[in-house]
Design a protein around this ligand. Structure first.
Ligand code: MN
Length: 435
């Protein structure tokens, strides 16, 4: 259950792997090619200037590849993700694994860490899963964080106030540094599981194991009291310092704009394990892989939330144009004329980051932005079918909102067919013999 079988011929995605044999710089050159192929093939960079390691990116770069990784399709992935989130399985512990093939003194400068955008302060690790044990020893937590390389064995980590933040605060209260492992290069289902968002206290690696049908195995780290996937490509072991912060950023986030600079904790790296000839995984900030990994689990949560108030939800999409974060399209089969508006309210209620939602009938293809726009054009009236909520909690990522208070205005468009007019006025005209 590593990422490698995914890249082998006959895996189903082998036709989607593009190898680059030319030597390329990790500074701007590799990211430029990643951007050119965004939402496209998996990329493998065989020769990276200044490093012996190869770079892989785009494993989760399309919806279809993510679905294949978790054994689902565009209809079943909601229940796969929700099912795994609600039924995590503790992974099996093993004594040895491929990640232990190479043990060495850590030197972050030997890794092919990429510098992506013009104003980036330095190279950023973007695929790092940070695994930590709670200071009371009761559970492990796994979450993804961007990490800026500061030197040979130092990084700074952006920690949004969520689970890892709570563990770090608790460690600080006890006067301790927080022991962590930074895991890079895993099966795509592990990335989905880690981003699924179970409550605090539930190990995301258990969610990942559930998505992998119980096949995820863990080994114990050597330098820290943390368990990590045995088939990971690279694991850095270290400490999030209790008493040291430095400036982090500016970093390009989901929106493709620069996030603000903040004081963030320092991570000191004390050990490193890796596979033989490891693949360094890179995720392009603001690229489709970044957006889908953040957005897909949210779609599942929204699907679950809207299904509680509207009998038949056909699909939920957080669109790429909305950075897979701000814009949702929801397809329903109405049973009453008010279902459209109730779906809007449930959409906002199940994902606080969403800002604009469009609800459409089941005859609209929600993967086709032109069809969605057509539904707004022909089925929507601004005075009847729009709801507006001012000063609601939004996302810190939206530069147009009040980013200090995290307040935003939400707009919902009910673009379903109004039932007070004859239905045939809204029918898509068909041509005999044309699908
Ligand atoms: Mn957690």
């Amino acid at each position: 259950m590593s990422l490698r079988p995914f890249l082998k011929s006959g895996s189903g995605i082998s036709g989607e792997v593009l190898r680059q044999d030319k030597e390329l710089s990790p500074k701007f050159e590799i990211p430029a090619i990643m951007k050119e192929h965004d939402n496209g093939p998996v990329l493998i960079f065989n020769k990276v200037r200044g490093s012996d390691f190869k770079v892989v990116s785009g494993l989760c770069g399309t919806r279809e590849r993510i679905f294949r990784a978790i054994g689902a399709d565009s209809h079943t992935y909601y229940s796969r993700i929700i099912g795994a989130t609600n039924n995590p399985k503790p992974p099996k512990m093993v004594d040895d694994g491929p990640v232990m093939e190479g043990q060495e003194r850590p030197d972050l400068r030997r890794l092919p860490v990429l510098t992506h955008y013009e104003k980036d302060p330095g190279p950023y690790i973007t695929s790092g899963i940070v695994v930590a044990r709670s200071p009371d020893g009761k559970f492990q937590n796994a979450s993804m964080h961007r990490l800026l390389v500061l030197g040979k064995d130092r990084l700074t980590i952006r920690i949004v106030p969520r689970h890892l933040y709570a563990l770090h605060q608790e460690a600080k209260r006890q006067g301790k540094d927080l022991q962590v492992a930074i895991v890079m290069g895993v099966h795509p289902a592990v990335l989905v599981g880690v981003n699924a968002g179970p409550r605090l206290g539930v190990d995301e690696l258990g969610v990942a194991n559930s998505l992998l049908g119980g096949n995820l195995k863990l080994v114990r780290c050597r330098h820290v009291d943390v368990k990590v996937p045995a088939e990971a490509e690279i694991v850095l072991e270290g400490l999030i310092k209790r008493d040291e912060v430095v400036e982090e950023g500016p970093f390009v986030d989901l929106t493709g704009t620069y996030d603000i600079v903040r004081k963030q904790p320092v991570v000191e790296i004390t050990g490193m394990m890796r596979r033989r000839d490891p693949l360094f995984q890179a995720i392009l900030p603001g690229g489709s892989e970044h957006k889908l990994l953040m957005g897909l689990p949210k779609e599942a949560k929204m699907f679950e939330g809207i299904t509680k108030v509207v009998p038949e939800v056909r699909g939920v999409r957080l669109t790429l144009g909305g950075s897979c974060w701000f814009h949702a399209v929801v397809s329903i089969r109405k049973q009453a004329d008010g279902d459209g508006k109730n779906a809007l309210m449930a959409a906002f209620g199940s994902n606080p980051s969403v800002k604009h939602v469009v609800v459409v009938d089941e005859d609209i293809d929600i993967d086709d932005v032109n069809e969605v726009e057509w539904a707004i054009a022909t089925r929507f009236q601004g005075d009847e079918d729009m709801i507006r909520i001012r000063k609601a909690r939004g996302s810190t990522l939206d530069p147009s909102s009040d980013q200090e208070k995290i307040l935003t205005t939400k707009i919902g468009l009910d673009a379903t067919i109004p039932w007070n007019k004859p239905k045939e006025k809204f029918e898509k005209a068909r041509m005999p013999g044309v699908k």
